[in-house]
Design a binder for this molecule. Structure first.
Ligand SMILES: [Zn+2]
Ligand SMILES: [Zn+2]
Length: 314
């Protein structure tokens, strides 16, 4: 199971010294857009100011070889602390018919590491792209483009590691362990608020139990790989800091372009706020993207959750 659709973690890596490629996962720095975004999409919806570019993730859609990237922006003002102060821009290159290209070239071994600037290079017809598409790309590049999103000089690669432990058996084992511990505490009559280190707020015991499981799973993930800044599993399951997230019937809205259901793709983890001083602290930002991977550029949906208690993630 783990190998089919593993959970991947992003970890801050070395500083970017030269110009990164389209295919690098980068924290901070400047975005390398697939398609130039509109001015509006770089402005905060709440206060109208330019947003700060936080990271770009190169993440081809399963079953597709088209370039696909997610760009994450946030408002450096207080908006970034609330819903509406972030933007997730998904950009996907148009799908091309690769059946003819495959006969000519072995894509897997040559093209992904190509350092050439594919956009400006007239003879870089690596994909067997029709001339029409190629022309489209070039003319797109010529149109006036204003990169107004705020960028930082220093940027870092994001290294991707696989979590071999995170399969269902492990989660189940944790859950069982947790439940038995909890039963022990309650049967000994010693369960008082705060004593087991997980309860908070004034909810009833019943609510606490659900919330504790939810939060403890999240905290366990943070502790297992403390340096993770993001957790990735397309079509997977997000970890949540809000036990009511699913029970309250708050659904993830469908894709605003094609109407397809959105699926979970990745979430930003609290360690990111620790290493990016400009970020206000948050618990997690869950990111949901179009399951049909439609269009060429669209804003995707996210859920921002606050952290219940920062010290507990360490
Ligand atoms: Zn703002
Ligand atoms: Zn869509």
């Amino acid at each position: 199971m783990a190998s089919e659709n593993p959970v991947l973690f992003g970890i801050k890596d070395a500083q970017v010294e030269s110009v990164p490629t389209q295919y690098d996962n980068i924290l901070s720095g400047s975005p390398i857009w697939i398609k130039n975004p509109t001015k509006e999409s770089q402005l905060c919806d709440l206060c109208g100011r330019p947003m700060v570019f936080l990271m770009q993730i190169y993440c081809p859609f399963p079953g597709s070889v088209a370039n696909r990237k997610l760009f994450i922006l946030f408002c450096p003002d207080h908006c970034g602390e609330s819903e509406g102060g972030w933007k997730i821009i998904r950009q996907t290159e148009p799908e091309v018919d690769l059946s003819s290209a495959l006969k000519v070239k072995d894509i897997a071994t040559t093209d992904w590491n190509n350092d050439d600037d594919e956009w400006g290079d007239d003879d870089a017809d690596d994909w067997g792209v029709s001339e029409k598409v190629q022309e489209m790309k070039i003319s797109e590049q010529k149109t006036d483009f204003e990169n107004i999103v705020e960028t930082k000089q220093q940027s870092f690669y994001i290294n991707v590691i696989e979590d071999y432990k995170e399969d269902l058996s492990y989660e189940n084992e944790l859950l069982r362990k947790y439940e038995s511990e909890e039963m022990e505490i309650s049967s000994s009559g010693g369960a008082k608020e705060g004593q087991n280190g997980i309860s908070f707020g004034d909810e009833s015991d019943e609510e606490e139990t659900v919330e504790d499981k939810c939060v403890s799973e999240f905290i366990d993930c943070c502790r297992r790989i403390p340096s993770q800044i993001l957790r990735y599993q397309i079509s997977g399951r997000p970890l949540s800091l809000d036990s009511n997230q699913y029970s309250q019937g708050k659904l993830i809205p469908q894709c605003s372009i094609c109407g397809a259901q959105r699926i979970f793709e990745l979430q930003l983890m609290p360690h990111l706020a620790e290493i990016c001083p400009i970020l206000k602290s948050f618990g997690t930002v869950q990111i949901y993207t179009c399951s049909a991977n439609c269009g060429s550029s669209s804003e995707e949906y996210y859920v921002l959750q606050r952290e219940p208690d920062a010290s507990r993630f360490k």
